[in-house]
Write a protein that binds this ligand. Sequence first.
Ligand code: PFF
Length: 475
Amino acid sequence: MQERHGFKSTFGFLMAAVGSAVGLGNIWGFPHKMGSNGGFAFLLVYVILAALCGFVVMVSELSLGRRTGKGAIETYQILSRKFKWLGWLATLSPFLILSFYCALGGYCLKYMVLNFGNLINAGFGTNGLSGDAVFKTFMLNQTEGVVFGLIFVLLTALIVMGGIRGGIEKFCSVGMPALFIMLVIIIIRSCTLPGAVEGLKFMFVPNLQPLKENFLSVLATAGGQMFFSLSLGMGVMITYGSYLDKKKNIHKNAMIILVCDTIVALMAGLAVLPAAFALDPEGKTSGPSLLFVTLQNVFDNMGTVGAVFGIVFYLLVILAAITSSISLLEVIVTHFCDKAAAKGKGDKRKVYSIIAAAAVSVLCILVCLDGMGYSGYWVPGRVLVDGVWQYTATYNDCWLDFFDMLSEGIMMPLGALLMCIMIGYELGPDVIRDEIESHEGHKMHSYGFYKLCVRFITPLLMLLVLGGQIRDFFI
Ligand code: PFF
């Protein structure tokens, strides 16, 4: 049978896992969700959820994957009698996420090119147009949207084709430290701009009023964001765990991933919000406009040096997004590679990477054609006014949001909830402790806490998150 090459070093694994966690969710989602959900109050709920749910689910997924040494679908088939089908849910979510993730990744590519155009005064720059006008024009240019989205899918597929060691580990081991350095540069620039302090206040001044007013909404948004940001509830950590050897300490590594992801989310807030407040006080601090309109205005206001910062910033976002999208594609590819290897068909990674990427491209094209609702492929957003189709669709009703709600809002918390029930009541929490302690010297010190969480606290919180997400989307 074909040998299954896993991660070579702990550093490589950590960079890949942190790379999966750190992405658009941190750089774009976290700052604007924090901004529109009470700032400090959101941060507090997020940290509590990360400790009570995120850590528990992360440790569980990595352990289940390493125990079977297989992808998500087979892991559930091998371990459970009642939840055999759960792996399929965990593999369907990456398809949905990749559809909009690659579209957004493509938009970042386009914005990097735009800033390059500004730097060399070329016609493909912003040409003096406002951030809003540039964004709208781009959204309505369906061909361009699709081309950039597909380039991003292609880049993702090329890295996954290289395998865990040769592709993913190598890319993340260089990409993640580079991303960190670029983020620090942008933070220094952002926080030293006159007026930046307003952005800092917006983020950190304690105010618990939003919790009193709308506790369930804040909880649901923070919960969805937490699952999305930590890449949980959908097979990624099971898959990466399956490539881990017994010497690696799952407990410790899960903690590191969680802390790094939260720190980067806060750093991204520091990179984005103070600059947005300083240079574009009227600019919106939420939705896609934050990343593509407000920030582009910020770069445009800075003159030539702004173009350089623009290039660095969008490159940073592209790096973060790619280290996440490869983990998503890997969930799908691992399953088919394992199956082929079991049947003695040899290494089919390249073929499966191409097939999976082609399937993802179909959904990605739909999201790109829709152009975040501007081009109106979301039918309910289209109205006929005086015989002409008008598109009333906005950020809140487009394919991107719909796929996001399905995956982040429903499938991820549901997948994690059912996994906790499986561990807590069918397999027993010992299964996780045994896996973590399977290497001499590794102790699961938090076992008492883990057991309590996996059986009672985590499922209860996830039910609340799920209820809140569904309520907020439909009402
Ligand atoms: N965690 C990534 C982010 O914050 O952008 C997105 C993501 C990657 C979600 C992998 C889910 C996943 F399985």
